[in-house]
Structures are given as structure tokens and as C-alpha cells.
Design a protein around this ligand. Structure first.
Ligand SMILES: [Mn+2]
Length: 337
């Protein structure tokens, strides 16, 4: 996108931010660390600008994130809860109301202006009346950090904690290839603003339910290597997902050990949902563009991390994913013992 276009879009976005008085911040179903961290930071930016603001997500806050509540109210809007009267709804870390389930349909008919802040490819053409989008940004929280500067608002400690959560969530604690100069520069500012990374790490990952070790082990035992060892795939059925939900186990923890295997270029995690559809999460280590693979089923994301919902039974979804990854890798299928 030409720079003039980008500037025009940012100006439109800032005009809406300044013009509206009452805001609802929301995001995709099962909000992750980037989505929630960006919401927390934007909450404090808008409050500093004198706005009325509330956060209402389509799903309840995961237990790992409950420490954020000491500074920031993070609500959950059920399908039949009344929508708060607001002038603008801000979608963070996604661009389509369809990603919000029933809540999205109610927002669509509410008459509120829709603003999008996102870093996924193609989000300019989502449901936002205005959109602040940069696919080059490592996290949505990084975009909110830039908005603090645009609005000349200094970072408060609660806002800094939100941005830091976003950055670590989407860069795998600064290990992924998207951990660029901006990420490390921001991280230094956030630490200067009072964030303690090691305390945050303990709060996020070291308060797990005792069942989580067994759940991780079970999921890892279910993996298989396909496509001549270049694809690691694990399928989690509904029964497993119910047990994971009871222990609030973040199944994304399964991805990294699989990605660590020598020769593995793609990891696919398939989760059977309660409605019978299958959520496919894809991660790439090499050059393969998993966003293009996810697009086969109408999904999206980034080159190295993408997802889609597949409307097939779990076994059929597994076959479809193997076939699609195999096509993308341009290799013959060979299953290792
Ligand atoms: Mn993100």
C-alpha cells in the first residue's frame, strides 16, 4: 500500500477515535494474549483521552490472564446479553464480525461504527468502517503502542503490561522471526515503564491446573509425522477438548515441542469443536506459507502462523490437511513408523 494511502487510513482511524465518546473493545472468539493485551492497552489509551470504554469479548477471559483484572475490567458478552450503547466498536486482532460468533451478528445490526486494529494480511478489506492495519507489525498490541504516540499519550504501567503481553504472545517470547527491531525497541520502553517480564511469565505459565501435564503428554503422544517427516500433526477429539477446557489447558502448548523436531517444517494441530467442526492451527518453521494453506478453507493469518475452521469430521479433516500440506510442500507422502 502506498504511504499516502496508509496515512489517509490512519487519519480516518484517529478521527473516529477522537470523535466517538463511548467505546466497546472486542475481538475474536477464544481471545489470545495479543488480542487481550491490545485491548488492555487501548482501554487505557481511550480512558486517558477522556472516553467511556469497556471491554466485552465473545468468550470469558482465560484463567491465565486473570491478573490483568487488577487494573482493567475485561468483560464477556454472552449471545443474549444486551449490547451496551456505544458509538464505536473496536475489533482487535481480527477484522471480521463473523469471528465473534453470535456477538458479531448483534454488533453488525447495532448501528455502531466499526473500527479495526489488526496485523493480519488483508484486514483492510474486513468489516471496519475504518481500519488501522499493518501486516508488518509483529502484534496488534504493537499497533496500539503506535497509537499512544499518535495521540501523544504517555504509556501507563497497565498499558505497558498489555502491550508487553501482546508482543510476547505473538513472538513466542521474542523467539519467532517477527521479533524485529520495533519489537525489541518497544520491549525496552515497556520495561522502563514498569513491566517485569519474569513476573509476567510466572503469572501466565506457572499457575496451571495439575491436569495440564497429563493433557500435554496425551496430546504429544497422539502426534504423527507425515509428508516424509516434514509435517507433524496432532488431532484432539471432542472428549480431549472437554477435559482440556475443564483444566483451562492452552492446547497451543502442544505446538512448540512438535516444531522442535528435526526435519519438521510444518505443525498442524486439529481440534474438534463442540459444534462438530474442526479448528486447524498451522505453524511453519521453514519457507512454506501456511497462510496460503489455511486460505484453502477460508482461513487466514500470517506466513508462519495461520488457522482455519474445517467443516469435516476429524478423520476427514486430518486427511484433507495432510493432502493440502503435501501439495504445498510438493512432496510425496511417506509416513514414518
Ligand atoms: Mn495477533
Amino acid at each position: 500500500m502506498p504511504a499516502s494511502d496508509r496515512n489517509r487510513r490512519l487519519t480516518q482511524f484517529l478521527d473516529l477515535l477522537r470523535g466517538a465518546r463511548r467505546f466497546l473493545l472486542t475481538g475474536h472468539e477464544n481471545p489470545d494474549g495479543d488480542c487481550i493485551g491490545a485491548q488492555v492497552a487501548l482501554f487505557h489509551l481511550l480512558r486517558a483521552l477522556g472516553k467511556e470504554v469497556q471491554i466485552g469479548n465473545p468468550d470469558p477471559l482465560g484463567r491465565a490472564y486473570d491478573f490483568l483484572l487488577r487494573h482493567t475490567p475485561i468483560g464477556h458478552l454472552r449471545g443474549d446479553d444486551p449490547l451496551p450503547a456505544v458509538d464505536a466498536v473496536v475489533l482487535l486482532d481480527c477484522c471480521q464480525l463473523s469471528r465473534l460468533g453470535p456477538l458479531g451478528r448483534r454488533i453488525a445490526t447495532s448501528g455502531a461504527k466499526i473500527a479495526v486494529i489488526d496485523h493480519h494480511v488483508g484486514s483492510e478489506s474486513g468489516d471496519g468502517d475504518v481500519a488501522y492495519v499493518d501486516p508488518g507489525a509483529a502484534a496488534t498490541g504493537a499497533l496500539v503502542r503506535r497509537l499512544f504516540r499518535e495521540c501523544s499519550v504517555p504509556l501507563s504501567e497497565p498499558a505497558a503490561e498489555g502491550v508487553f503481553l501482546s508482543l510476547v504472545a505473538d513472538t513466542g517470547w521474542f523467539r519467532y522471526s517477527n521479533a524485529d527491531h520495533e519489537v525489541f525497541t518497544m520491549a525496552a520502553e515497556l520495561v522502563a515503564a514498569g513491566v517485569d517480564g519474569s513476573v509476567l511469565f510466572d503469572r501466565l505459565y506457572r499457575r496451571n491446573h495439575p491436569d495440564c501435564a497429563g493433557l500435554l503428554g496425551t496430546a504429544l503422544l497422539r502426534h504423527s509425522l507425515r509428508c516424509d517427516g516434514r509435517l507433524a500433526i496432532a488431532c484432539l477429539d471432542r472428549d480431549y477438548m472437554e477435559r482440556a477446557a475443564r483444566a483451562d489447558f492452552d492446547t497451543d502448548a502442544v505446538l512448540d515441542p512438535l516444531r522442535s523436531l528435526d526435519g519438521v517444517e510444518v505443525v498442524a494441530l486439529l481440534k474438534e469443536r463442540f459444534d462438530g467442526s474442526v479448528k486447524v492451527s498451522l505453524r511453519a518453521r521453514g519457507d512454506l506459507d501456511v497462510q496460503a494453506v489455511a486460505a484453502t478453507w477460508g482461513g487466514g493469518g500470517h506466513r508462519k502462523a495461520a488457522g482455519a475452521t474445517v467443516r469435516l469430521a476429524l478423520g476427514d479433516a486430518e486427511r484433507a490437511v495432510v493432502a493440502e500440506v503435501q501439495r504445498a510442500l510438493g512432496t510425496a507422502e511417506a509416513t514414518r513408523p
